[in-house]
Design a protein around this ligand. Structure first.
Ligand code: NAP
Length: 547
């Protein structure tokens, strides 16, 4: 493989640039992938739709956006210098700080010189004769590369609700995933939030005391757990810096690569008093302790799950003054932890405020958006601002926005119409030299993301290095390897309770009813995933055909 950057004119007069590798996306994974591939002396070009780096943290600048991972477990671990020079100000940093951090990384490693901003990729077509990918952007430009790496992010395609009349509204409206770069003012305004997932919860608790009136339109409630954020003082930061190796080791040994490790005991082997004391301890701890530091079988055994579910229901009842309101905030269709747990700070207490109303749209559905607000089956709500916290076309949405075609012009969309099929969540058969970072069936998508991103990116880089060493030009997952991995993904999922519940983990999105219900993530956990990836690499990349 050689460094072969060159430009040639295309039929429409645009320049067609040629690279060794094209990466789509300059979020956390795309940035690190660029950095590592430079080490292989490859010409690498990144296309990024935004005007700057950061991905998720660039787009999701809604009020209250912040980490649910401990800050110091989230940063990149690959550079000691970076670890030692960066100070986190809070245990769970807010979005502005995280974006500053990612900009700092881009500056430090001089990443921007290979990133083309405001360049949304719309097509990626594999040319079998030339063994290369031709990538097209929204503005009609094209570029060609031997390797295509998608770093498009699992939660990057914002999804508007399928409610009639959205365009009729004359007031301000925003989707959280496309939050404007200007300041949005809430004072004196009648605002509503539609959606009560992890995003909606952060917005609601943040703006409740800023708005004149807040109406929350809730369809299905989630179990929310306390974040328990606090500042990091200088001494604590020094201590964190001295113990990064331990922190990352702990992450690497846990299911989701967080500092929280599932308790191997069964929830059912303790007496009710012991169990209660354990749950109380976890509830008082910061972060995902109560979810990912709990008894492992709370996620695999319905009876065990019932114990923590009842505990969480009691907590909601204790925190919400109006018992009828509390019942509305308690999920009835799933147990605790089986959908992504939103972490909160004073979320339930928001509903004790006089200027906040909860509208249960399961019982009184939204009929339409009007010029002046929202009309449900029972009432009409006059509003100055609508905030859509309605989530994403999760995991697959980032791909569906791009016309990706592999061997024989097969489209990825068609191939994955009944659910993704992948090998290690890194490749899909029929799309040679295309790698998918942090995507379906890949443990990174069910993880303290940067921890798993590093594994993914490093594995990918080693695969390309292996190809360089052996003079291979083409790598393609075999059908057999893909079948076996896809089967393994489903078997691992079926050992848990996740498939029993509708969520974005299960590709369920009521705004996109055509989606097939199927497990999108990898639930075998980080350590097992890493072990399997390492075994494949050690075995001459078995399951991939190379030539
Ligand atoms: P989400 O979990 O998919 O929640 C979307 C919400 O909008 C749900 O409450 C949903 O109700 C509601 N909704 C969607 N369409 C609707 C409609 N037509 N009418 C009424 N309600 C509608 O999306 P999200 O909150 O943006 O979170 C997505 C993921 O992003 C999270 O699970 C998490 O992984 C990640 N996230 C992370 C952080 C963090 O790390 N700090 C923060 C925020 C988000 P139903 O449940 O009834 O469909």
């Amino acid at each position: 493989m050689s460094q072969n950057l060159q430009n040639s004119p295309t039929a429409n007069g645009q320049t067609n640039s040629t690279y060794d590798v094209i990466i789509i996306g300059a979020g956390i994974s795309g940035m690190y992938q660029l950095h590592l591939l430079r080490g292989l002396f490859l010409s690498v070009h990144v296309f990024e739709a935004g005007t700057n780096v950061g991905g998720t943290w660039y787009w999701n600048r809604y009020p209250g956006a912040r980490f649910d991972s401990e800050s110091y477990s989230y940063g990149y671990s690959f550079s000691q210098e970076l670890l030692q020079e960066w100070n986190w100000s809070e245990h769970f940093a807010g979005q502005p700080e995280t974006l500053r951090y990612l900009n700092h990384v881009a500056d430090k490693f001089d990443l921007r010189r290979d990133i083309q901003f405001k360049a949304r990729v719309t097509s990626a077509i594999y040319n079998e004769n030339e063994n290369c990918w031709q990538v097209g952007t929204e503005d009609g430009a094209t570029a060609t590369a031997k390797f295509l790496i998608t770093a498009v992010g699992p939660l990057s395609a914002p999804q508007m609700p399928n409610i009639e009349g959205i365009d009729d509204f004359k007031g301000e409206w925003y989707h959280t995933g496309l939050w404007p770069h200007k300041e949005v003012k809430f004072a004196g305004k009648r605002v509503c939030v539609i959606g009560t997932g992890a995003t909606g919860v952060q917005v609601i608790q943040t703006i409740a005391d800023q708005v004149k009136h807040l109406t929350v339109f809730q369809r299905r409630p989630n179990y929310c757990a306390p974040l328990r954020n606090s500042p990091i003082d200088a001494a604590t930061m020094r201590d964190i810096k001295a113990h990064y190796a331990d922190i990352f080791k702990k992450c690497s040994e846990s299911f989701g690569s967080f500092i929280h490790k599932m308790d191997p005991r069964s929830a059912l082997e303790l007496s009710p008093e012991e169990r209660e004391a354990f749950f109380e301890k976890l509830y008082a701890e910061p972060g995902f302790s109560i979810w990912l530091g709990n008894f492992g079988d709370t996620l695999t055994d319905q009876k065990a799950n019932d114990t923590i579910t009842e505990f969480m229901r009691r907590k909601i009842r204790e925190r919400v003054n109006d018992p009828q309101l509390a019942e509305k905030l308690i999920p009835k269709d799933h147990g605790f932890g089986l959908r992504r747990v939103p972490l909160e700070t004073g979320y339930y207490e928001v509903y004790n405020r006089d200027n906040v109303a909860l509208v249960d749209i399961l019982n009184s559905p939204i009929e339409r958006i009007t010029a002046t607000g929202v009309k449900t089956a029972d009432a009409e709500y006059e509003l100055d601002m609508i905030i859509y916290a309605t989530g994403f076309n999760a995991v697959l949405g980032g791909f569906e926005r791009i016309d990706i075609r592999g061997v024989g012009s097969q489209t990825l969309k068609n191939k994955w119409a009944d659910g993704p099929r992948t090998y290690l969540g890194i490749q899909t058969a029929g799309f040679p030299n295309m790698f998918t970072l942090v995507e379906p069936h890949n443990s990174s998508t069910f993880c303290n993301i940067p921890r798993c991103i590093e594994q993914n990116v490093e594995w990918m880089t080693e695969a390309i290095r292996y190809m360089q060493d052996h003079n291979y030009e083409r790598i393609a997952a075999t059908d057999a390897a893909e079948d076996a991995w896809t089967q393994h993904v489903y078997e691992a999922a079926n050992k848990t309770l996740f498939p029993t519940v509708d969520s974005w983990f299960m590709n369920v999105n009521r705004n996109l009813p055509e989606k097939k219900r199927t497990f999108l993530l990898y639930s075998g956990g980080g350590p097992l995933y890493r072990e399997k990836c390492d075994a494949v690499a050690a075995n001459n990349h078995e399951g991939f055909s190379m030539r």
